[in-house]
Design a protein around this ligand. Structure first.
Ligand code: LLP
Length: 385
């Protein structure tokens, strides 16, 4: 992945920075289009990475946008996404955010509570418009993933619970500025056990049937995102097996005539396209291993500190065949959780070596922050080299 020429170029740049492989992104987008049936609509989840350069490739491939804030809706519109392909979810949409999305006539609001239905109706009424809505449902399906990124269990704050459905339908009769067009589900992220998606399909079938029996056929079923990637061996599986993923929905989702299926994929589109490139500042003795202290930290990539997430770490300056050593790879931030990996076996490392922290394209740059008054992280693209 990192050619000699590329590493030489990296050496001329100020670190840390994100490096994005847009060629891989284009291949990934092509793979998704090839393996998903025409009647499946794919919305890219901007929360994974909202860099305009990357969004442009995704928009050009014809994907829609899945947004969770007013600013994400704004970014999608500014980047040229068709407003009729923008969905807007989130448990706490502010009036300002809702008004912005109403003004831009987005395709659909994924509404997460009874209270939000009432507020959205009122704000739509004020503008004399009707908002398309999908009910975000909490299906109580386990995603078998990290608890911080599990969203579809009753204990999670997301979505409307089935025991509230009767009340919601009753209420909707009075909410004349809302147009119910669909049901929305999202059970979590970095899902690698495909039975979670099968279980989701079975639950969607039950809920879909319940609504149909009540005389409402949702035109759109949105099954969310969540497909995981291979963090352990990113090069072995640079592009996820989309074929198997979509086959689960083809096999288990009972789609009624005229119903359309929507997905909101983030991580599996963009994770493997990005690496965080950082320089070794110091080598320091530890008790059992040495510390390799980088110029990037949890401010640039928070996933290891926040979710104990694994990212493959490579010394891309090392010569092949050099002896190895164990390092705790840490950043400069004043927190002991500022650690990218413990006892990582790496080639003998010295000051100035470049490290690549892999699979960082999703939830990397977007979650970076200015703690310790750190500079904003920069990014570069393969086509600039
Ligand atoms: N749709 C909804 C409603 C979501 O909440 C999410 C992610 C997605 C779609 C996209 O999920 P994906 O395909 O990317 O798994 N910061 C965490 C991940 C948080 C995911 C939040 N919601 C991480 O770094 O692992």
């Amino acid at each position: 992945m990192f050619t000699k020429k590329l590493i030489e170029h990296f050496n001329t740049l100020e670190t840390p920075f994100y490096y994005y492989d847009t060629e891989l992104l284009e291949k990934t987008l092509t793979a998704i289009k090839k393996s998903s049936p025409k009647e499946y609509h794919i919305h890219y989840a901007l929360k994974a990475n909202a860099h305009p350069t990357l969004l442009n490739y995704i928009k050009e491939a014809g994907f829609g946008a899945d947004c969770v804030s007013g600013n994400e809706v704004k970014r999608a519109i500014e980047c040229g996404f068709d407003n009729k392909k923008i969905v807007f979810a989130g448990v706490g949409k502010s009036d300002k955010e809702i008004n912005y999305a109403l003004d831009h006539s987005i395709f659909c609001f994924n509404v997460e509570s009874l209270h939000e239905l009432q507020i959205l109706n009122q704000l739509s009424k004020n503008k004399n418009v009707t908002a398309n809505i999908a009910l975000r449902i909490n299906p109580n399906v386990d995603a078998y993933t990290h608890k911080y990124i599990t969203t579809g269990l009753e204990e999670n704050k997301f979505g409307i619970n089935p025991y509230e459905f009767d009340q919601v339908l009753l209420e909707l009769k009075n909410l004349e500025h809302l147009n119910l067009i669909g049901l929305h589900f999202h059970i979590g992220s970095q899902i690698q056990d495909m039975t979670a998606f099968k279980n989701l399909c079975l639950r969607v079938n039950e809920i879909n049937t319940w609504f149909i029996q009540k005389g409402i056929t949702p035109e759109h079923l949105n099954v969310g995102g969540g497909l995981g990637v291979n963090y352990i061996e990113p090069d072995k599986e640079a592009i996820v097996d989309f074929e198997s993923y979509f086959n689960i929905f083809k096999e288990f989702l009972e789609v009624k005539p005229k119903q359309e299926i929507h997905f909101e994929l983030g991580r599996c589109i963009i994770a493997q396209c990005g690496s965080l490139i950082s320089k070794v500042l110091y080598i320091k003795n530890g008790i059992n291993t040495n510390f390799a202290i980088l110029d990037a930290g949890m401010t640039e990539l928070i996933r290891p500190a926040l979710y104990q997430a694994y990212h493959k770490i490579e010394n891309i300056s090392a010569k092949s065949g050099s002896t190895t050593n164990k390092y705790d790879v840490v950043g400069p931030i004043c927190e002991s959780s500022d650690c990218f990996g413990k006892a990582v076996v790496l080639p003998e490392t010295e000051r100035g070596d470049l490290f690549a922290i892999r699979s960082a394209g999703a939830y990397g740059e977007v979650m970076s922050n200015h703690y310790n008054l750190r500079d904003a992280v920069k990014s570069i693209f393969d086509k600039e080299v």
